[in-house]
Design a protein around this ligand. Structure first.
Ligand code: GLY
Length: 318
């Protein structure tokens, strides 16, 4: 059995490393973390890790999760400030604590205890974008009072604004990695700096197991990018896996999970994307928007392949 890795398009920078991990005979979990780590370190990606776009107050807050399909072990961190390696910390939560999700000060404390390197995550470029978009001159009070009235306008304006991130991801972009290793074990990793200009402390779907990330060796795995609140309310990643469990093909499971989103009463509805692997390691992906891609690479491929996602239009979300 050869291993395979599937990732959101911005995972291109890490997918070859992830496949090399599988080639070395290591686990799917090691592979998805190795790939995600490189995206978190990429200063050109303003949706994940270092150089992520900040919250309303100009602070970068990271969310990340990992899940193993064997035994359904999972770990996640939310609203992590001052440390780049959110996905490694999510693994630490899974491996070292009797918990699944650690957030805020607790997450930073754990990062310190485990010896992760502290880092100022706000790059000058991301700070400039924040200042320009929020129209703030450092006046926090002013920014707060503007926030609610401008939120809807900002979300709508930025949802398709490719200038916000060189990756072309929307302002709530994220990276997804799924892998199946030689032993047939499946794992998933998700990492994000979350919704740009979010309310401080806001956590999206990425650290919520079942919403932005789910893996079960028996049926497959799925992970999401896009507006996390939609995936939280529909348990989107878990839905895809559940639909496969009940006999739907990967493509039909993706379509049904997307179709569920149409039932949301959500004035901020915007783009949603899902990548998935079935239990046999067959990859697929869907998006509410046109022209979206994902990347796939198996051990027997010499380079990653960028594939177009199935488009599933959802009213109000694109
Ligand atoms: N999907 C990432 C987020 O909404 O934070």
């Amino acid at each position: 059995m050869t291993g395979i890795v599937v990732a959101s398009a911005n995972g291109r920078i890490g997918i070859e490393t992830a496949v090399d991990v599988l080639r070395a005979g290591d686990s799917a979990l090691d592979a998805v973390i190795a790939g995600t780590r490189l995206v978190e370190a990429n200063p050109e990606d303003h949706t994940v890790g270092y150089s992520g776009l900040p919250n309303l107050l100009g602070e970068v807050e990271l969310d990340a999760s990992v899940m193993e399909g064997r035994g359904l072990r999972a770990g996640s961190v939310g609203a992590l400030k001052g440390y780049q390696d959110a996905v490694d910390l999510a693994r630490t939560v899974m491996d070292e604590l009797p918990h699944v999700l650690i957030a805020g000060e607790g997450a930073a404390r754990l990062a310190h205890e485990t010896g992760l390197h502290p880092r100022d995550l706000l790059t000058p470029e991301a700070e400039t974008i924040w200042r320009e978009r929020l129209g703030t001159d450092h006046d926090t009070q002013d920014a707060s009072s503007r926030y609610l009235s401008r939120l809807r306008e900002i979300v709508r304006a930025t949802a398709s604004d490719a200038d916000l991130a060189s990756s072309g991801e929307p302002p709530h972009g994220t990276v997804n990695f799924l892998a199946r290793d030689r032993a047939g074990d499946i794992a998933a990793a998700v990492s994000t700096s979350g919704w740009a200009w979010k309310y401080p402390g806001r956590m999206g779907d990425s650290p919520v197991i079942g919403a932005g990330n789910y893996a079960d060796n028996r049926w497959g795995a799925a992970a999401c990018t896009g507006r996390g609140e939609m995936a939280q309310r529909c348990c989107t990643a878990h839905s895809v896996v559940t639909f496969m469990r009940f006999g739907l093909s990967l493509e039909d499971a993706l379509r049904m999970a997307m179709t569920d989103l149409a039932h949301l009463d959500d004035p901020y509805a915007s783009e949603m994307n899902i990548v998935a692997l079935d239990k046999d390691g067959v990859p697929g992906a869907a998006s509410t928007a046109r022209g979206k891609t994902y990347v796939v690479m198996s051990e027997d491929m010499s380079a990653p392949e960028e594939r177009t996602r199935t488009i599933v239009p959802v009213e109000g979300a694109s």
